[in-house]
Each structure stands twice: as structure tokens, then as C-alpha cells.
Design a protein around this ligand. Structure first.
Ligand SMILES: Nc1nc2c(ncn2[C@@H]2O[C@H](COP(=O)(O)OP(=O)(O)OP(=O)(O)O)[C@@H](O)[C@H]2O)c(=O)[nH]1
Length: 320
């Protein structure tokens, strides 16, 4: 899919701002495909995207992320808020199965025009998910979604990376999965603003709750810093979701009052700019690969006529 005419961009963005789901879908596809219109789309979106709360929701497979997201969406809709959900699978190069899965699990909201749900994969992004996901979130924010929920399966680094895109990061745990220990190992403790002990109807929920509270207690915090909240939920029955919404709103208020919201967004923009710049560099490197300048340099290194550092300098000069 390409967008050749530059006048299409303002039209699409205007339609998305009016809440037209097809325009939203088209814009996210263009973002996902790394379309050449991306810079123009980003420029057109920029003035309309600042206000939405971005909530990251992550956790191990099967912990109840989709069920919790579904219930969160219900709660936000009851409060009259438009909601966008990006279900990100950092491990899968294709979205096919994920789309079907999310449709099935979030079918409560499939026909609600106030909810936009979209699965994303790492396929074909200029700069990877860390560049595409915030752009997709901006599309949803411009379409009036607040909050935008980014749901991602917990697979180590990717989880931390995606969680870094959110204002508020919610980490789901469930009893009996050794989650608290794993969370500590994977560095999730540092990124979580809120922990949910889901499946609180199961044995061991109290122990998981105590474990995680204990670990939070060990962390070092300056006075006034946010102390991560721990919320018990039985997402399958909608229990505890009101407490989760309250914790999300409380964290948001804390960020706004302390100035941390601005800092987080600046840090996020730094990562995004870097990812985009690296993507551009990688694409230029690819061009050099397909031309013969890299091969020529490599031959000179192989024959001892120059060294790899000097050759890399020459290459970098050609990239700029
Ligand atoms: N007992 C119990 N089961 C739950 C609860 N919440 C979700 N489940 C069940 O746990 C299973 C997994 O839930 P999902 O919401 O699909 O979990 P997920 O984390 O999105 O899973 P992945 O997409 O595989 O990462 C489903 O069978 C749910 O019905 C709960 O609070 N209690």
C-alpha cells in the first residue's frame, strides 16, 4: 500500500480525527509498512497527539492480558472514554493469528465505534517496533482515543522496550508461575508502575501478592517517587478492574503533578528519533550493500591495502 499524492495525507488525517475507522486503519497500515508518506503523516499528526494517556500492559503468555484489556476497555467505555488498543507481538513477524486471537478475545467491543483494536507485528518497520508503535499510538490519539493501551506479550527485552513507550506500565502476574522471581530477573521491577496479581481466585495469589510487595519494598526510591501499586484482579469475572483503573488514573495524576510525564515523553521521543535515524542509516547501508562500494572497500581490507577502521570511516562518510 502506498500513498503517492501528498494531498491524501491531510484528507486521511482529517478523516481519522473525525473517528473514521477506515482512515485510522489505513494510517496504521501505512505506519506499519514504513510507507514513504510516513514523514508527512507524522507531521500532520503531530499537533493532535499530545493529550492521550498511553498505558502499556505486559506479562507472560497466558497470564490474562487480553482478558484484562477487554475488561479495562469496558470500564473506560462506561466512563465515556474512546479507547484504542494496540496488541503488539514483538516475537512474531506476521500478524495473521494474532488478529484472529484478539478479535475472538475482545469480541465484546468488536462492533463499538468508540473502540479501536489493532494487532501489530515487527514486519517491515523502518526502525523496528520502537519506531512504528508510537506512531500507531499517535494515530489513535489523533482519532480521539484516550487512553491508548499497548498490550504486549512478556518476552524479556522486547517487553521492556515496548513498556518504555507508555506513560504508565502495568505488569500482570499470576499465582504459581514463579512470576515475581522472573519479574525481578527480567528487569520488569524497574519498569512496572502497577502490578496486577491476576487470577486472584487461584491458590497462591496471596503469596504472589506478598512476594511482589516485598520486592517493591526492597527498591530504592527518593521521597516523592512513585511506589508501584499492586492490584488483585480476577479479570475473567471483571473483579478488581475498577481498582486497576483507579491506580492507572492515580499514576497519571502523579506523573502530571511531578513533571515526570514530560520527562518520560522526552525520553520516549529520544528513543523514537534514534530508532528512526538508525532505520534510515540501515536502509542506506543496504543501498551500499547492493551497490559495489562496500565490496570494493572489503576487497581493499582483505588485501591489506587499508584497515577496517579506515574503511568504516569511508563508509560512514558515504552514508551521510
Ligand atoms: N481463573 C482465572 N482465569 C483467568 C483469569 N483471567 C484470565 N483467565 C484465563 O486465562 C487464560 C488466558 O487468558 P488471556 O487473557 O488469553 O491471557 P494472555 O495473557 O492474553 O495470553 P497470551 O495472548 O497467550 O499472551 C484464559 O483461558 C482466560 O479465561 C482469572 O482472573 N482467573
Amino acid at each position: 500500500m502506498t500513498l503517492r499524492r501528498s494531498r491524501d495525507v491531510p484528507t486521511l488525517v482529517a478523516a481519522a480525527r473525525d473517528g473514521d475507522p477506515r482512515a485510522v486503519a489505513r494510517l496504521i497500515s501505512l505506519v506499519e509498512d514504513g510507507d514513504e508518506a510516513l514523514p508527512r503523516i507524522a507531521a500532520a499528526l503531530a499537533p493532535h497527539t499530545g493529550a492521550a494517556a498511553v498505558v502499556g500492559l505486559t506479562g507472560a503468555p497466558g497470564v490474562g492480558k487480553s482478558t484484562t484489556t477487554n475488561e479495562l476497555v469496558t470500564a473506560f467505555r462506561k466512563a465515556g472514554r474512546r479507547v484504542g488498543v494496540l496488541a503488539v507481538d514483538p516475537s512474531s513477524p506476521f500478524t495473521g493469528g494474532a488478529i484472529l486471537g484478539d478479535r475472538v478475545r475482545m469480541q465484546d467491543h468488536a462492533t463499538d465505534p468508540g473502540v479501536y483494536i489493532r494487532s501489530m507485528s515487527s514486519r517491515g518497520h523502518l526502525g523496528g517496533l520502537s519506531a512504528a508503535t508510537p506512531q500507531a499510538a499517535r494515530v489513535l490519539a489523533a482519532a480521539g482515543c484516550d487512553p491508548v493501551v499497548i498490550e504486549t506479550v512478556g518476552v524479556g527485552q522486547a517487553e521492556v522496550e515496548i513498556a518504555g513507550l507508555a506513560d504508565t506500565t502495568v505488569v500482570l502476574l499470576a499465582p504459581g508461575m514463579g512470576d515475581a522471581i522472573q519479574a525481578a530477573k527480567a528487569g520488569v521491577l524497574e519498569i512496572a508502575d502497577i502490578f496486577v496479581v491476576n487470577k486472584a481466585d487461584r491458590d497462591g495469589a496471596d503469596a504472589t501478592y506478598r512476594d511482589i510487595q516485598g520486592m517493591i519494598g526492597l527498591g530504592t526510591r527518593a521521597p516523592g517517587d512513585w511506589r508501584p501499586r499492586v492490584v488483585r484482579c480476577v479479570a475473567a469475572r471483571g473483579e478488581g478492574i475498577a481498582d486497576l483503573v483507579a491506580a492507572i488514573d492515580e499514576h497519571r495524576a502523579h506523573l502530571a503533578a511531578s513533571g515526570a510525564l514530560t520527562l518520560r515523553r522526552i525520553r520516549r521521543a529520544e528513543a523514537e528519533i534514534e530508532a528512526i535515524a538508525l532505520g534510515v542509516l540501515r536502509a542506506r547501508m543496504q543501498d551500499l550493500h547492493s551497490g559495489d562500494s562496500l565490496t570494493t572497500l572489503a576487497r581493499e581490507v582483505a588485501e591489506g591495502r587499508t584497515d577496517p577502521y579506515a574503511a568504516a570511516d569511508t563508509l560512514l562518510a558515504q552514508l551521510s
